[in-house]
Design a protein around this ligand. Structure first.
Ligand SMILES: [Fe+2]
Length: 250
């Protein structure tokens, strides 16, 4: 999700979409809902009351003051597990879906072109083992820049988790698939926010910064708002059975 436009789209449309698509559990990456960078406790609460069951974050998780204590106290808003061992909050949570099934949600950062304190490869097996002690339905939000790393981690986790959903690059990729072991995967779920933009930011500002190399203060764009994501069906045993792109013009 990106900026006020993305936030508004979710607040207005998520409850109806959940009903329409018959969704039992909804995970939202909310790292950029506060004016395009970071998240506040108040906004996270609003997201949860709009129909998100769990909120994942990313490399901008700590851009806003006060989010640390909020994350320490929250059991549904998580930050990447490998963002730093001294940081507040946790990298995994278990939430109950509408149909009563427990679902573990894990949030990890990639290490290619992203500032991760620890390699995701060092931690991911331990986290998945921990999650699978509680439930076979495990969703991983892999917040990473490089498609190679996203594809590799999905392959590594195939058969051990229900879905590996890539986030961070804001552009929905056309590779939603179910791997041979029964894990659903996509390199990037896309962006819920203003698509008349450069990945959420007013295009003119992003271009000016790139062309001139001068510091330019970014503003979230407003036009072309879409809700994007993926819908995954799975068995009670955690095996993915269907994965479909979600793209809704708002
Ligand atoms: Fe990010």
């Amino acid at each position: 999700m990106f900026g006020p436009a993305g936030r508004l789209a979710v607040e207005q449309r998520l409850p109806g979409l959940r009903e329409e698509l018959d969704v039992d559990l909804c995970v939202v990456n909310g790292e950029n809902i506060a004016d395009g960078a970071g998240i506040t406790g108040k906004l996270a609460d609003k997201l949860l009351s709009s129909g998100a069951d769990a909120v994942t974050l990313g490399n901008h998780a700590f851009r806003r003051d006060g989010i640390g204590p909020y994350l320490d106290a929250s059991d549904r808003v998580i930050r990447p597990a490998n963002a730093g061992s001294l940081l507040p909050g946790r990298g995994m949570t278990v939430v109950e879906a509408r149909n009563g099934v427990s679902v573990a949600v894990i949030n990890l950062l990639g290490q290619l072109f992203v500032d991760a304190a620890e390699s995701p490869w060092e931690m991911v097996d331990g986290l998945v083992d921990e999650a699978r002690l509680v439930t076979p339905v495990v969703v991983v939000d892999f917040h990473a820049e490089a498609t190679s790393e996203k594809v590799a981690i999905a392959r590594w986790l195939d058969g051990r988790v229900t879905a590996v959903i890539g986030t961070h690059t804001h552009v929905q990729t056309n590779d939603a698939r179910i791997l041979p072991g029964g894990t659903a995967a996509i390199s990037d779920a896309g962006m819920t926010g203003p698509h008349d933009s450069v990945i959420g930011v007013e295009a003119e500002l992003a271009i000016r910064r790139m062309r001139t190399r001068l510091p330019v203060r970014f503003r979230p764009a407003e036009g072309g708002v879409r809700i994007e994501g993926v819908v995954v069906d799975c068995s009670d045993g955690g095996r993915a059975e269907r994965v479909e792109l979600l793209r809704v013009e708002v």
